[in-house]
Design a protein around this ligand. Structure first.
Ligand SMILES: [Zn+2]
Length: 107
């Protein structure tokens, strides 16, 4: 947590979480951190016309890296993954651990 911004969890799908990024100073919404499926990673989506210095950006990066680590810990037992079929197979990832789909998993 930084001196200037806070992260408030507003949603947990069980797979991924969504956080509001707010100013500790006045509670203003600065943006959102959420899972971006196409990139298979958490991303920061800032509000328009917000100002970020390197210290605050670093706080965001540290927080996102923490989320990614937490997510990697959730691995599936004996390589059994759960996929929802999508037309574009490159977008498919395990419901539980986020592992990208590979043909080797189709057994
Ligand atoms: Zn999995």
């Amino acid at each position: 947590m930084s001196e200037y911004i806070e992260f408030v969890e507003i949603h947990d799908t069980g797979k991924t979480k969504i956080f509001d990024v707010r100013s500790l100073n006045d509670g203003a919404m600065l943006g959102v951190i959420r899972w971006y499926g196409a990139w298979r990673q958490y991303v920061f989506m800032p509000e328009r016309v917000t100002v970020w210095n390197t210290t605050c950006l670093k706080t965001i990066i540290t927080f996102i890296n923490g989320l990614m680590k937490e997510r990697q810990k959730k691995t599936c037992p004996s390589g059994v993954h759960i996929y929802t079929t999508k037309e574009d197979k490159s977008l498919m990832e395990c419901e539980r651990c986020g592992k990208p789909y590979s043909e080797l998993d189709a057994r």
